[in-house]
Write a protein that binds this ligand. Structure first.
Ligand code: AMP
Length: 420
């Protein structure tokens, strides 16, 4: 079964085509700056040379068409016909309180995703554009939505409610939703598998540390708390996001500077975090280099960053009554030996002992705690696309079963889905 995974951002499309018989990636690519003067398109077929293009791409519809054309192109393609694609899985940012699981996309589901646009104003409209473009170009192929918020829907009210008047939640849906759910789900399930099941790893803390970053507390395989909130702005100090701040800072700064709501939103989302603190970059590699050369603000930025992560690890250990495993994933979590070491240093009181030699690893699934460490520490590369593809396969199998039961009940001959 061949599954196309699509992840549309406001001006970008990321994709991966999987052969789910062996979960092999047949092709992947990235299109950026859609709707701008010159868009860039990188298409990487497996076992063939990478193709790069630079030309205007007006909208997501045109972009998706180009992606599909590349997949079936006689030279750079990897399949003969679009009929080989059995399902398209879409990453959707915000499912609000409506979606805890991945779903087959129907007109009602699109309407529900549209209702969540207020909560995910940058991403949900782009996700809908991608879904509609795929529906138009592949009308008979099941489209599946996999929500970034879905995995966190198991949080109990005491973790997802803010200390605001209850009407803010009831009337406006103001609560913690959490993001990076597909990643937290994937790496926590891998950690469970590596540790031999939920009896051995009841309490897991997953740290998704990329340019955007979040931590999640996973109890008995279910998310019970996470650091991002109504939007991805809350929680850790990130590449360009401020993370947790005193909410009174917002009106204070607006009065002092005359910033509008949109301007203060951009200030906190795009100009803050590691970039704002260091004044150098949002990338830890640049900041570490500057810190080594004695740049004071670079050093402070790294200290604030590490402090915010350790604070979340400690508080989740407290709320879960301890921790059995800590997992690092995403760009920094998978690749930064120095930051993993700094984050774990001082967590020995929890029973988490990092092994310096084992920690010398980049982007590879590895246990990095000492052999005697009561708390296991892992590096687990995330694979959100694979989760989306697997969910798509699961939903298609359910559809096929439902179809077969219905046909059997009607006494009709079974209709085979040739592509499944
Ligand atoms: P992501 O958003 O998951 O693609 O992660 C991107 C971020 O990961 C970058 O902004 C860097 O801060 C960080 N990163 C990636 N590779 C490394 C590395 N080798 N060392 C330190 N940080 C890294």
């Amino acid at each position: 079964m061949i599954v196309l995974v699509i992840n549309c951002g406001s001006s970008s499309i990321k994709y991966q085509l999987f052969d789910m018989r062996n979960e092999a990636v047949l092709a992947k690519g990235l299109m950026e700056r859609i709707g701008m003067d010159k868009a860039s398109f990188i298409h990487q077929p497996a076992h063939k040379d990478r193709v790069t293009l630079s030309r205007p791409i007006n909208d997501h519809g045109v972009g998706i068409r180009m992606v599909l054309d590349s997949l079936v192109d006689p030279t750079i393609g990897v399949i003969e016909s679009l009929n080989e694609i059995a399902a398209v899985g879409h990453r959707v940012l915000h499912g609000g309180m409506k979606f805890s699981d991945s779903v087959l996309i129907t007109p009602d589901v699109i309407e529900a995703i549209e209702e969540c646009v207020e909560l995910g104003p940058l991403h949900n409209p782009a996700n809908i554009l991608g879904i509609k473009a795929c529906e138009k170009l592949m009308p008979d192929v099941p489209q599946i939505a996999v929500f970034d918020t879905g995995f966190h829907q198991t949080m109990p009210p005491h973790a997802y409610l803010y200390g605001l008047p209850y009407e803010a939640f009831e009337k406006y849906g103001v609560r913690r939703y959490g993001f990076h759910g597909t990643s937290h789900r994937y790496v926590s399930q891998r950690a469970l598998a590596l540790m031999g099941g939920v009896e051995k790893a009841r309490r897991i803390i997953t740290c998704h540390l990329g340019n955007g970053a979040s931590v999640a507390a996973i109890l008995n395989g279910c998310c019970v708390d996470t650091s991002m909130g109504l939007t991805p702005l809350e929680g850790l100090v990130m590449g360009t996001r401020c993370g947790d701040i005193d909410p009174a800072i917002i009106p204070f700064l607006m009065k002092k500077t005359g910033m509008s709501p949109e301007e203060i939103d951009a200030y906190m989302n795009k100009k803050s975090g590691l970039l704002g603190l260091s004044g150098i970059s949002n990338d830890v590699r640049d900041i570490e280099e500057a810190a080594l050369q004695g740049h004071n603000r670079a050093n402070i930025a790294l200290e604030v960053y590490v402090h915010s992560i350790r604070k979340y690890i400690g508080s989740y250990a407290a709320t879960m009554g301890g921790v059995d495993a800590i997992v690092f994933t995403a760009g920094l979590g998978e690749n930064s030996i120095s930051m993993r070491s700094r984050i774990c240093h001082g967590l020995e009181f929890l029973g988490a002992y990092i092994d310096t030699n084992k920690n010398s690893v980049y982007g590879k699934e590895t246990e990095i705690s000492t052999d005697s460490s009561p708390v296991k520490i892992f590096v687990i590369p995330t694979n959100e696309e694979l989760v989306i593809a697997r969910d798509s396969v699961g939903i298609c199998a359910k559809l096929q079963n439902a179809d077969q039961s219905q046909n059997a009940a009607l006494g009709a001959p079974r209709r085979a889905h040739s592509s499944l």
